[in-house]
Structures are given as C-alpha cells and as structure tokens.
Design a protein around this ligand. Structure first.
Ligand code: FAD
Length: 415
C-alpha cells in the first residue's frame, strides 16, 4: 500500500495529526497495534487545560519533598527498584522545575496552550463531537486557608501574566454550585476558560470517523517494523503487507522509544503512570464540575461512564505490573468529599503519561532523518494539546507556515 504519510500511534495525538494531514490533502495511513484511542488517551481526566500554562513541575518545597520521601502520598508514588534507571530523568526534571526555569518554560509552553480550546473546538465541530465537550471549566477545592491563599495568589499571577480567567469561590458560592461536596471545604478556585471532555474515547472515535470520512485509512501493525528505504518509509502491517510512504510521523506516546531508539535517538523520555476508577453517584447526588481535591492530590471528573477518579504520578517502569496504591489511598477520602457509590469498573485502569524532563512535548522533524517527524512527550497535556500538535505537524509536513513557532519544541534541544 502506498500513501503520502504513515502516522504511527492512534492515541489522541496521532489521531489529531492524521486528521489534520488528511484535511490538508495528504493521503494518510494511521497505524496502531490495537484500535484507536485505547491506551493513555482512553483514561485521562478529560481536561482541555486552557489554564495549564505551567506544565506540572517537580515540587521544590521542603514539606512536599519530606512527604514524597515517605512514599505514602496520594499524589505521588514510586517503585524503589525503578529509581536508579529513572534518576537521570528525575534530576533533569528537578532542575527544569526550579522557579526561574519553570517560568521561562511556561512562557514557551503558553504559546501552545493558548490555542488548545480553539483547535479542539474546530476539530470537534468538524467531527460532529461538540456534544462531548462541556464549557463549565473545572475547580480546585480547598480544606486549608494556606492552600487557598497560595493557589489564589498563583491564579492572580497567571491572570496578570497570561490573561487566564478564574473565580475565587467563597464557601457559600462553592456550596451553591457543588451542593453535594463535603460541607467542611472552605472554598474553591474555578478556572473558567478550560473545556472538559465527558468521554475521551468518544472524542478519539469521532475524530477517527471524520478522518475516515475524508479518505484516511486505518491499519493494524507494529511501529517497530518501521524502516527507511529509497522511497521513504515502510511498515509491515499485521496482515503481512507492506505500507510505504514518503513521510512518517511518530506519535507513539509512551512507546515512542520503540522507533526512536532503534533509529539512534537517545531522547530523555520517561513515563508518569496514573490510574482511574469510575463510580456511580449515591442517590441523586450530582457533581457539576471536575474537581481537584487540592490538599489530597486526586481528581474527580464527571464522565458519561460515571464519576472518574484519577490519581497523580507513579514513577515506575512503564511495563511493571499495576500497583494502584494511590487509588486505594484516595478512594476512602474521595468518598467523604463526594457521595460516591459502587465502583463501575472491574479493576483499576492504568495509563502512562509520556514525559520529557523539560515538561514540553517534542513536535517537529527528526534531526537525523529526512521526512521523519516526532509528535511525542505530551505528558499531562496530551488531550489538551493534541489538536494544536496535529495542526502544527500537518503544517510542517506540507511546508506551510506553522501557526505556532515550533522552535522550542524541537527534538534538537536534547542534542
Ligand atoms: C490518569 C491520567 C489523567 C490524565 N488527565 C489528562 C487531562 O485531563 N488532560 C490532558 O490533556 N491529558 C491528561 N492526561 C495525559 C494524556 O492522557 C496523555 O498525554 C495522552 O493521552 C497521550 O496521548 P498519545 O496519543 O501521545 O499516547 P497514547 O494515547 O498512549 O497513544 C499511543 C498509541 O501508540 C500505540 N502503540 C504503542 N506501541 C505501538 C507499536 N509498537 N506499534 C503500533 N502502535 C503502538 C498504542 O496502542 C496507542 O494507541 C492524563 C493521563 C493520565 C494517565
């Protein structure tokens, strides 16, 4: 089979790249080893984080470090045996998270984030999927005045520096907008710009359907078979046939190394694992907004499947067996935050956020190979930035002016 472009990886990032390329008039084959949207992009918290100009950094405050050293928090957990291998990544992540570095990164990152809602809106409109989007923002809720003051001060700073909109919620307003949350909460912070997705898999499927409507093709295959040949790039598909194309885009999320390592790239990629579980609500209780339990470090998001509890970062080997201890710690607390009913899923879902140490994705040409493109490393914001990334890659591949300066996101920054 001959196409213009092969996109490897049908998560929300690869799907958005494929759709944008097909819209731009390229014939595209989207290759995955399973059906689209079933891995990391399936289980996230559904936030299109228009407020997320500061990518999630490594905490530098002493209290948090002591807590993490105990390895018994909800927001972070690590496998001791993974630490030696992860140490170089963690060190670099730590260094990039220092206040001055983080601020410099935020100013680059914001150039992507500022388009996240408008670019998803455009794709969702085209795919007939706007019914999966909610325009009510999301909330941080507080148990202590110290956190409330710190987060509101941060929001005021981000409003000043980046024009992000928020509301400070006093107790009465929080109770009236979220009447079923724990009455001992002292207030909240409502980010009003973000849009949220009530069915991330549904969004992936809708974008894929639009891609196919425009003539795009899907195939099962292993990205590890990618080879460069005289005509460009080829992949062996599961049915034994060969697919060939001039250009190939690597959008394999946490599995990018399957291709990059083989081709001689030593990118500093790692994963932060995370879990989810769905719950029914008790009685007539309703959760109107996605909510972060700020002091405890887990998230509740109302989804079509139920109320999705998502956990923070687990530092472990990508392929190590599930250890959902953060979920076990969060669940009893979440039950006091909101009247959760019975579990919906048979077992916790595990996902892997594909991370770089400078917290920014890699979007652009592969430095050592012609007609090879990277679209990886979106960490906590792969859903948020998928549509922006898709448009950027399509513009690069087709030689158009790229609507966001791609320089800060080049793989070349890692040498
Ligand atoms: C708990 C949790 C909550 C999150 N919440 C949010 C949120 O609210 N907002 C947000 O923006 N982001 C969130 N994220 C992050 C977001 O989900 C990811 O950044 C995003 O899904 C990454 O998308 P991707 O397409 O790069 O990777 P994936 O969705 O993992 O897609 C990679 C694809 O590559 C395929 N693949 C792997 N190996 C091969 C191979 N050898 N050959 C062929 N195909 C292969 C896989 O099958 C998969 O389909 C969250 C993540 C987690 C874990």
């Amino acid at each position: 089979m001959q196409t213009d472009t092969i996109v490897l990886g049908a998560g929300i990032v690869g799907i958005s790249v494929a759709l944008h390329l097909q819209k731009a008039g390229r014939s595209v084959l989207l290759v995955d080893k399973r059906s689209p949207g079933q891995e990391t992009s399936y289980g996230n918290a559904g936030l299109i984080q228009r407020e997320g100009v500061y990518p999630y950094g490594f905490p530098h405050d002493f209290g948090a470090l002591i807590r993490y050293a105990m390895n018994n928090t909800i927001d972070a957990h690590y496998h001791w045996n993974a630490i030696p291998k992860l140490a170089p990544f963690l060190w670099s992540y730590w260094m990039h998270s220092r206040a001055s570095q983080h601020e410099a990164i935020a100013h680059k990152y914001a150039t992507l984030i500022e388009h996240c809602v408008s670019e998803h809106d455009a794709l969702a409109q085209e795919a007939g999927a706007t019914n999966l989007l909610r325009r009510k923002g999301w909330m941080k809720v507080f148990r202590t005045a110290a956190q409330q003051d710190a987060r509101l001060a941060e929001a005021a700073r981000w409003n000043r520096d980046f024009g992000l909109n928020y509301r400070a919620l006093d107790v009465a307003t929080l109770r009236s907008e979220e009447p079923h949350l724990d009455q001992s909460l002292i207030g909240g912070l409502h980010w009003t710009d973000p849009v949220t997705v009530v069915d991330p898999l549904g969004l992936s499927k809708a974008y894929v359907a639009r891609f196919e409507e425009l003539g795009g093709k899907l195939a099962l295959g292993d990205a590890g078979t990618l080879v460069q040949d005289a005509a460009g790039w080829s992949v062996t598909l599961t049915d034994g046939t060969k697919a060939q194309a001039k250009d190939a885009v690597v959008a394999l999320g946490p599995w990018a190394d399957v291709v990059t390592t083989k081709l001689g790239y030593h990118l500093p990629l790692a994963v932060k694992r995370g879990y989810h579980m769905h719950y029914k609500a008790q009685g007539n209780a309703v959760l109107n907004h996605p909510v972060l339990d700020t002091e405890r470090g887990y998230f509740l998001a109302p989804m079509l499947q139920g109320i999705r509890l998502t956990t923070g970062a687990e530092f472990a080997d990508r392929d190590a067996p599930k250890t959902p201890v953060q979920l076990a710690r969060a669940e009893p607390i979440a039950r006091t935050l909101f009247p959760l009913g019975e579990r919906v899923d048979a077992e916790p879902w595990l996902g892997r956020r594909p991370c770089t140490p400078d917290m920014m994705p890699i979007i652009g040409p592969a430095p050592k190979h012609k007609n090879l493109w990277f679209s990886i490393g979106h960490a906590h914001h792969g859903l948020t930035l998928a549509a922006v990334t898709g448009r950027m890659i399509a513009e690069m591949v087709t030689g158009q002016k790229v609507f966001v300066d791609p320089t800060p996101f080049s793989a070349a920054r890692f040498g």
